[in-house]
Design a protein around this ligand. Structure first.
Ligand SMILES: [Mn+2]
Length: 258
């Protein structure tokens, strides 16, 4: 099903890269939520923004659920190989099959054992987070409990902080760790959010993972994007962080439906 030589080239583009990507302030950053097998969504994002004025940050969950996981991942891998500085693919929980299998997993279950192994190992190399100097951090799920953003580079795959970042949900209420949350997924409240944001001196968290979450949480400081029709015909949203713009909350980013 997969072109394994393409997967090999993609692996080379990821090898040696940091877990925390630092985004260039001179380009407009475009954040893209879960695409989940919606190849058309990814192609539309690339058609609009894949150029040297923008840097694309996909927030994870490229496979399972939607109709074309193979096609979606193939388009993303080709883009990364062609222009690695224009596109960053963060790790979602659906890319962590090598360390934390889950169910249902229609895409992963469809692979033969060799493909499954190669792809799972390759996707284990994806970065966990991206930082923009305007004070914006992007992850798939929730915040890691660290003292400095640089510590994200030391977070081990499969560790507690890794699980917060890839599996964590936010709950619009008081509290710190609300584990276990919805369906046993880790969940975190407002007090945890503001404690970590303050400690890391961040203005905005941009994330995906939770299609039923409101677009803005926590006074607009937490922005949740979903960019797939896998769960229904709702808007496929992306968020633009314009170069040079002062950011105080998620309302200072531009939300577009594609
Ligand atoms: Mn997810």
């Amino acid at each position: 099903m997969f072109d394994l030589s393409l997967v090999g080239e993609f692996r080379k583009a990821l090898e040696g890269g940091p877990r925390l990507v630092r985004l260039p302030p001179e380009r407009t950053a475009v954040f893209v939520g879960d695409t989940h097998g919606d190849r058309e969504a990814t192609e539309e994002v690339l058609r609009r923004y894949f150029d040297d004025q923008h840097v694309l940050v996909f927030l994870g969950d490229y496979v399972d659920r939607g109709p074309d996981s193979v096609g979606n991942l193939t388009v993303l891998m080709r883009a990364k190989i062609a222009h690695p500085e224009r596109i960053f693919l963060l790790m979602g929980n659906h890319e962590a099959w090598a360390v934390a299998p889950f169910t249902p997993a229609d895409f992963w279950r469809s692979l033969d054992p060799k493909e499954e192994k190669i792809l799972a190992e390759t996707l284990s190399l994806l970065p966990f987070a991206a930082l923009h100097p305007a004070g914006v951090l992007a992850v798939h799920g929730a915040l890691p409990d660290v003292d400095d953003v640089e510590e994200i580079n030391e977070i081990a795959l499969g560790s507690a902080n890794w699980r917060k970042m890839t599996w964590g949900d936010w709950v619009d209420g008081p509290g710190y760790c609300l584990d276990p949350g919805f369906f046993g997924r880790p969940a975190y409240g407002r007090d945890y959010f503001f404690a970590v944001m303050e400690r890391l001196r961040l203005k905005v968290l941009v994330r995906a993972h939770q299609p039923d979450a409101p677009l803005f949480l926590f006074g607009g400081r937490c922005l949740t994007l979903f960019t797939s029709h896998a769960y229904g015909p709702g808007p496929r949203r992306v968020a633009l962080l314009e170069s040079g713009r002062e950011i105080r909350s998620g309302h200072d980013l531009i939300i577009r439906a594609i």
